[in-house]
Design a protein around this ligand. Structure first.
Ligand code: C5P
Length: 220
């Protein structure tokens, strides 16, 4: 791997959704497939990096000698796994769609249906990316933002609040972008407010574009 742009770099990537248990058979989740995170991991490995891929529940897998997959279920498990590896990492990309809330109480028995409505109380999950921004030392930290309004302004706010080096904006207004599909359309924004918008591409090509942007900044 010598001579490649990411050789000797340790990369941590989060991918996929999280599942928050309600009872032994039910959970709260979202439609993330993990594709963007897996593509970022494969691209990084092909560029010479040692990759830790921390993934929520997904059907995807990848067999690359330089990718270690750590499979987790809940946001709390993803948080713990990230912090286990964070100190030794050079570059972090959080591409996971982490559940913002989890059920406050997890029923140990399957919840039985009764007449009338059911309420489930939710509490906040920790923001994994924010927590890594707080203890950042040398890491190049990258997040994603999925916005439906004031996209650039909101993404800039998120970049500052979470102490990021760059943020990747997917607009839900662009058809073919975001969850589920195999294509994505992104804007890459760095902490100097340098901004670059890309065409709609396959997630594999988007991953290459993202790595080009990151590599040009860590070697600058
Ligand atoms: O604040 P928002 O959820 O829009 O931020 C999205 C970014 O933060 C993504 O990079 C996502 O992976 C990360 N995130 C996280 N932990 C959370 C929520 C979001 O790491 N609990």
């Amino acid at each position: 791997a010598k001579g490649l742009p990411l050789s000797a770099k340790k990369v941590l990537i989060t991918a996929g959704p999280t599942h928050e248990a309600i009872d032994p058979v039910r959970f709260l989740g979202n439609r993330s497939t993990g594709t963007m995170g897996f593509e970022l991991a494969m691209a990084a490995a092909n560029l010479g990096a040692q990759v830790i891929l921390i993934s929520g529940p997904t059907h995807l897998s990848t067999k690359h000698d330089s990718i270690e997959i750590i499979r987790v279920v809940s946001a709390k498990e993803m948080y713990d796994a990230c912090h286990e590896f964070y100190d030794g990492t050079d570059i972090v990309i959080c591409a996971a769609a982490v559940a913002d809330y989890k059920p406050k109480h997890v029923s140990s028995e399957k919840i039985k249906k009764k007449d009338g409505d059911l309420q489930i109380e939710l509490e906040r999950n920790p923001d994994i990316l924010f927590s890594m921004g707080e203890k950042k030392t040398h890491q190049f930290l990258v997040g994603f933002a999925l916005e439906t309004e004031n996209e650039i302004e909101n993404a800039k706010g998120k970049l500052r609040r979470k102490n990021l080096d760059a943020i990747i904006l997917n607009s839900l207004k662009d058809s073919g972008a975001g969850f589920g599909g195999n294509t994505n359309k992104i804007t890459f924004l760095d902490k100097n407010m340098d901004l670059k918008t890309f065409e709609l591409k396959t997630k594999s090509d988007v991953a290459s574009d993202i790595w080009k942007e990151i590599i040009s900044r860590i070697h600058a």
